[in-house]
Ligand binder design. Structure first.
Ligand code: DAK
Length: 262
C-alpha cells in the first residue's frame, strides 16, 4: 500500500519519512498518524535500515500540530478518547522504536508537531524553526505527551514557561534549552548531518544499539534504582551476545569488529 500524506524513502542504511500535507502545513490528521505508524513498521522491518530521519516536506513546516479542522469536528467524549489513544499509541511506538529516529525540524513544530519531535530519540533543527506548545491559546493543554516529555528534556522551569505562555522558541533558543542537539542554517545541511549520524550508528553493534535504546526508553519512566536494574539486565544480554564477544575480541586483536546483530 502506498502513502498519501507522507513520503517514505530508503537510501543505504537510512530511511527518510517526510510528512507531506502542504495544504495544512503538515498537520497530523488520523490518516497521517496511520501512515506514520505504517512507515515506522516498514522501517523496522527492513533489514538494511539502521534508523530514520523524520522531517516535514517543503520549507515552511515540520508539523504545525494536530489537524485543528479535524479536532473541531470531534463530537463526543468517546470519539475524542479514541483519537487521543490513537495518537498516543503511534507516538509510544515511535519512542519505543528499536531503531533510532532523528527529528529534523525544518520549520513550524507546534503542538502535536513538537510532541512528535519530542517522541523521537533526538532532534536537529533549523535556526529559523519555531518550536512550541501553543495549546493554551486554543483553550487546551498538550495531549500527546508534551507536558511530560518536554519537562523531562529541558526541566520543569523551561517547560513551564513554554507551556504556560504558548510562545514558540527558535532553533538557537531550543539548542540553549537542550531541546535540540544541533542547529543548522539550511535544510540540506541538517539532513546531511542527520544522515551522517545515522551512518555512524549503522556501523556500531546493531544489538547493542537496540539494547541501549531499550535501556533509555524503559529507564525514562522508572526511578533510578529501577532503571539501573533494567540497565544491568540489558548489559548482561549485551555481554553474553555474539556481538559483545566479537566487539571485545576485535579490540584486543586490533581489528575492526564484524557484527552480526546477534
Ligand atoms: N491544523 C489544520 N490546518 C492547519 C494547521 C493545523 N494545525 N496549521 C495550519 N493549517 C492550515 C491553515 O488553516 C491554512 O489553511 P488554508 O486557510 O490555506 O486552507 C494553511 O495551513 C496555511 O496556514 P496559515 O495561512 O495560517 O499560514 P501562516 O504562515 O499565516 O501561519 C502558523 C503559520 C503555523 C503560525 C499558523 O498556521 C498557525 O498558527 N497554525 C496553528 C498552529 C497550532 O496552533 N498548532 C497546535 C494545534 S493544537 C490530542 C492530543 C494532542 C493534540 C490534540 C488532541 N488528544 C489527546 C485528543 C494536539 C493539539 C495541537 O496540536
Amino acid at each position: 500500500m502506498g502513502y498519501e500524506n507522507l513520503r517514505y524513502e530508503v537510501e543505504g542504511p537510512v530511511a527518510t519519512i517526510a510528512i507531506d500535507r502542504p495544504k495544512a502545513l503538515n498537520a497530523l490528521d488520523e490518516r497521517t498518524l496511520d501512515e506514520l505508524e505504517r512507515a515506522l513498521e516498514d522501517m523496522n522491518a527492513a533489514p538494511e535500515v539502521a534508523g530514520a530521519i523524520l522531517t516535514g516536506a517543503g520549507e515552511k513546516a515540520f508539523v504545525a500540530g494536530a489537524d485543528i479542522r479535524q479536532l473541531a469536528e470531534v463530537r463526543g467524549a468517546d470519539v475524542a478518547r479514541r483519537l487521543a489513544r490513537r495518537g498516543q499509541a503511534v507516538l509510544a511506538k515511535l519512542s519505543a522504536s528499536p531503531r533510532p529516529v532523528v527529528a529534523c525540524v525544518n520549520g513550524y513544530a507546534l503542538g502535536g508537531g513538537l510532541e512528535l519531535a519530542l517522541a523521537c530519540h533526538f532532534r536537529y533543527a533549523l535556526a529559523k524553526a519555531k518550536l512550541g506548545l501553543p495549546e493554551v491559546s486554543l483553550g487546551l493543554i498538550p495531549g500527546y505527551g508534551g507536558t511530560q516529555r518536554l519537562m523531562r528534556l529541558v526541566g520543569r522551569g523551561a517547560a513551564s514557561e513554554m507551556i504556560l505562555t504558548g510562545d514558540p522558541v527558535d532553533g538557537n533558543e531550543a539548542l540553549r534549552l537542550g531541546l535540540v542537539n544541533q542547529v543548522f542554517e539550511s535544510k540540506e545541511a541538517m539532513l546531511a548531518a542527520a544522515r551522517k549520524t545515522l551512518e555512524t550508528i549503522a556501523g556500531r553493534g546493531p544489538l547493542a544499539v537496540r539494547l541501549a535504546l531499550e535501556a533509555l526508553e524503559r529507564g525514562s519512566s522508572l526511578d533510578l534504582a529501577g532503571a539501573l536494574d533494567v540497565e544491568a539486565d540489558l548489559f548482561g544480554v549485551a555481554l553474553s551476545s555474539a556481538d559483545g564477544a566479537e566487539g571485545t575480541r576485535a579490540f584486543l586483536e586490533k581489528r575492526k569488529p564484524e557484527f552480526t546483530g546477534s
